[in-house]
Design a protein around this ligand. Structure first.
Ligand SMILES: Nc1nc2c(ncn2[C@@H]2O[C@H](COP(=O)(O)OP(=O)(O)OP(=O)(O)O)[C@@H](O)[C@H]2O)c(=O)[nH]1
Ligand SMILES: [Mg+2]
Length: 751
């Protein structure tokens, strides 16, 4: 119950004037968490209308909220409140017209710890006054009966005196009491206090409890002048209540009649205030805070509404409740209470272990706990004091067990939902653990590392599962077993994913390698085979290193099937590329050789062209260098076997050219010598003029100069045949020519 404390109407009135219990309103007071399980001490004030009941209850409230009641005695403790404070609480007013209607309960139970440490919930109930002109006797009786049946202390509020008719009004309930006592001599009702207001015969019976008790004793005294009915009435009343007492209050003073009277303490007579304090002190003394019992069972707050309802329905359905109907009602309540307690025990046990807020648990453990909780509930039910036939007791228990058995599937279903949620959270933990390793990159690991990652993720996931799961040593956790099995299977998926990604990286590495190698092939000159191999080794290592570095955990394992696959693919690629390169080399070789060959052949384009040996050698050297350069520009002959081959082959071709040149030089020599001899012959051959001896002699004398001239022409002829440089210093062919000419002169022309 929240909000400002206030009175709560417990009866819902219908248009025809009849009424029901407002269960919701009552439960709003009784089912408060800190109250529902406490024994109830209910003080109810009932009696004729306009007798100051509500007014008195408000002073009860003041006392119950005072430091005195709470045990905090101090100098300023004012057990009845402030002097000038208007009296609030239950609605009260002056005048002659009835005020309170129905049954009212104070919304805020007062929790009090008793001397033995037990806590009780103290409740105050106000009732509609009896005997007003508007209410039927039956309704008055029902209200009074409910008040008496449900209260721990029934204050029977009477004005001026305790009269016979007041006792007779109690007779009805004494009959109920008989019905409810179940033959076990339990007094059905608890304390009855006859409270006489405006008592004026204080000289006969003094004010307060002493006079009250003596008045009650006097009224209950069995004297000769009492009729049999009156004697029986007294016997019934005394046998129905566990304690009967009395209290006499003086008149509060005539201020209470004034219209402006607001209930303040200062307007009340001192005497009244004195006895009012005595009354509340006595009434709420620890010994009088008696928990409500029905049929020997202490009633807890949450159970009170059941009793309320059953009694109300009973009174409404019968003109006058019979003993058997009363017995039946009380037995029903006792059975219902036992069933409720047993059900509650089961629910509390099961909820505390498997409720919405609890962790999921193995199914077998739930089944076992359910069976145990049912046994405990049955034991509690059997231990409870109950009324009813043996068959009825068994039937109620059977029904309860059936009802509790129906809870099991719901508990299991709820548990399943929790398990599903837990499983999906666990799967996420596994996925997150794996994700931690590769982040936003593709998963790519050495299979050994992958297995470690998987095992670690499984371990973390199972730890997570265990931390959110109830453990029962006696039961195997099937859900845990299934989870672990499913997690283990994930390694296969992980392997597939890893393999797929690894193959992508392998392809990339092969591509990088191929691009690097193909760049070599695309160059304008061929790459020497060894060089090509060296490059292959370098690029192959780069590609392999790069591939390993792409792994989420680059680690070096001797056994590495993926690395081996990569190396194999690169090797295969290399074999192809090497073939191409070799082909390039062959072509380059051919081209270089042809380049030399063609350019050397051009030397002989003139018909008679010839060279000095030195020139030819120089030309050969230049052309050979060019050819060799174009073959493998970056390799020296010494470092390049193929270049050595090319060089050898060129040198061998050069020999042919040396031969050709030799032949040509020899021919040029011969022709030049012929030229010399032709000219000499022509000069020295006999002429007609030689008839004259002198000219002939002269001719003879001139032979040397002829020789020199003809030699000059012969040399000029030879030089004309020559290509290349015009140096003849170290020219064996030239030297040979000079020698041949000189020899020819000496042999043929000199005298
Ligand atoms: N004579 C007298 N009047 C009192 C006493 N206590 C209170 N009153 C006055 O009685 C009047 C009625 O008080 P309520 O508390 O409303 O009386 P009630 O019994 O609840 O009346 P209903 O609800 O109509 O049954 C008020 O004017 C009170 O001041 C008392 O002890 N003696
Ligand atoms: Mg009233």
């Amino acid at each position: 119950m929240s909000g400002t404390p206030r009175e709560i109407q417990l009866l819902k009135y219908k248009d025809d004037g009849s009424f029901d219990l407002d269960v919701v309103a009552l439960q709003s007071v009784l089912n408060r968490d800190d109250v529902k399980d406490l024994p109830v001490v209910l003080f109810s004030v009932a009696g004729p209308f306009r007798t100051g009941k509500s007014f008195l209850l408000n002073y009860f409230l003041r006392y119950l909220h005072s430091p005195v009641f709470k045990g905090e005695k101090g100098d300023n403790a004012k057990p009845l409140g402030e002097d000038s404070e208007p009296l609030g609480g239950f609605t009260w007013r002056g005048g002659s017209e009835r005020n309170t209607v129905g049954l009212l309960i104070w919304s805020e139970p007062i929790i009090k710890t008793l001397e033995n440490g037990d806590k009780v919930a103290v409740l105050l109930m106000d009732t509609q006054g009896l005997f007003d002109s508007k209410t039927t006797m039956r309704d008055c009786s029902i209200i009074f009966a409910l008040s008496t049946l449900l209260s721990s202390v029934q204050v029977y509020n009477l004005k001026e005196n305790l009269q016979e008719n007041h006792l007779q009004f109690l007779q009805l309930f004494t009959q109920y009491a008989k019905a409810a006592d179940n033959g076990e001599e339990l007094k059905s009702f608890q304390n009855l206090l006859f409270l006489i207001r405006d008592w004026s015969y204080y000289d006969t019976h003094p004010y307060g409890s002493k006079g009250g008790d003596s008045l009650v004793a006097k009224r209950f005294e069995v004297t000769k002048d009492l009729s049999t009915d009156m004697v029986e009435l007294r016997a019934q009343i005394t046998s129905s209540f566990q304690k009967i007492s009395g209290f006499l209050l003086p008149h509060p003073g005539f201020n209470v009649l004034k219209p402006q009277f607001d209930g303040r303490l200062s307007d009340l007579e001192e005497n009244f205030k004195t006895y009012l304090l005595e009354l509340v002190t006595l009434l709420f003394s620890p010994s009088n805070l008696v928990p409500k019992k029905i049929n020997g069972q202490t009633i807890r707050a949450k159970e009170l509404s059941t009793h309320f309802n059953v009694f109300l329905e009973l009174f409404k359905s019968n003109e006058t409740p019979t003993i058997s109907s009363m017995t039946k009602a009380i037995s029903d309540i006792s059975l219902q209470t036992a069933v409720n307690d047993a059900r509650e025990l089961y629910e509390n046990t099961v909820n505390s272990k498997f409720g919405v807020d609890q962790l999921s648990a193995p199914t077998e453990a739930i089944r076992f706990s359910h069976t145990q909780a049912i046994e405990a509930a049955k034991a509690l039910y059997n231990s409870k004091k109950k009324m009813g036939s043996a068959d009825e007791l068994v039937a109620r228990l059977d029904n309860l067990v059936k009802e509790l058995d129906e809870i099991l599937p719901q508990t299991l279903l709820m548990n399943e939902t929790k398990v599903r949620k837990l499983n999906s959270e666990a799967q996420k933990i596994y996925a997150d653990e794996v994700k931690k390793v590769h982040g936003e990159n593709l998963l790519c690991l050495h299979p050994t590392d992958l297995e470690s990652v998987h095992n670690e993720a499984v371990q973390k996931t199972v730890e997570f599962f265990d931390s959110r799961r109830q453990k029962f040593a006696d039961f195997e956790d099937q859900a845990r077993v299934v989870l672990i099995e499913n997690l283990k299977k994930k390694l296969t998926d992980l392997n597939h994913e890893n393999e797929g990604n690894t193959r992508i990286f392998i392809s990339e590495a092969v591509l990088t390698y191929s691009k690097a190698m193909e760049t070599l092939l695309s160059k304008e000159y061929a790459v020497e085979d060894d060089e090509f191999l060296l490059k292959h080794q370098k690029f192959s290592k780069d590609a392999t290193d790069d591939f390993v570095s792409k792994r989420n955990q680059p680690s070096d394992y001797e056994e590495d099937e993926f690395k081996q696959t990569l190396i194999k693919k690169i090797s295969d690629k290399f074999i192809l590329l090497e073939k191409i390169n070799k082909q390039h080399n062959r072509e380059a070789f051919k081209a270089a050789y042809s380049m030399y060959e063609d350019s050397m052949n051009e030397l002989w384009s003139g018909n008679s062209c010839c060279y000095s040996k030195g020139d030819l050698k120089g030309i050969h050297k230049r052309k050979k260098d060019i050819a060799l350069f174009y073959f493998h520009p970056h390799k020296s002959v010494n470092d390049d076997f193929q270049k050595q081959l090319l060089s050898g082959k060129i040198d061998s071709l050069y020999k042919d050219h040396v031969e050709t040149n030799d032949l040509r030089n020899r021919r040029a020599e011969r022709n030049a010598l012929n030229e010399y001899q032709r000219r000499m012959d022509d000069l020295i051959s006999p002429k007609p003029t030689w008839a004259l001896i002198v000219p002939w002699i002269i001719t003879l004398a001139k032979r040397r100069s002829y020789h020199e001239d003809c030699k000059y022409y012969a040399i000029r002829y030879f030089r004309n045949e020559r290509c290349g440089s015009s140096k003849y210093d170290e020219d064996s062919y030239y030297d040979d020519l000079i020698w041949s000419i000189n020899r020819s002169y000496d042999t043929n022309y000199a005298l």
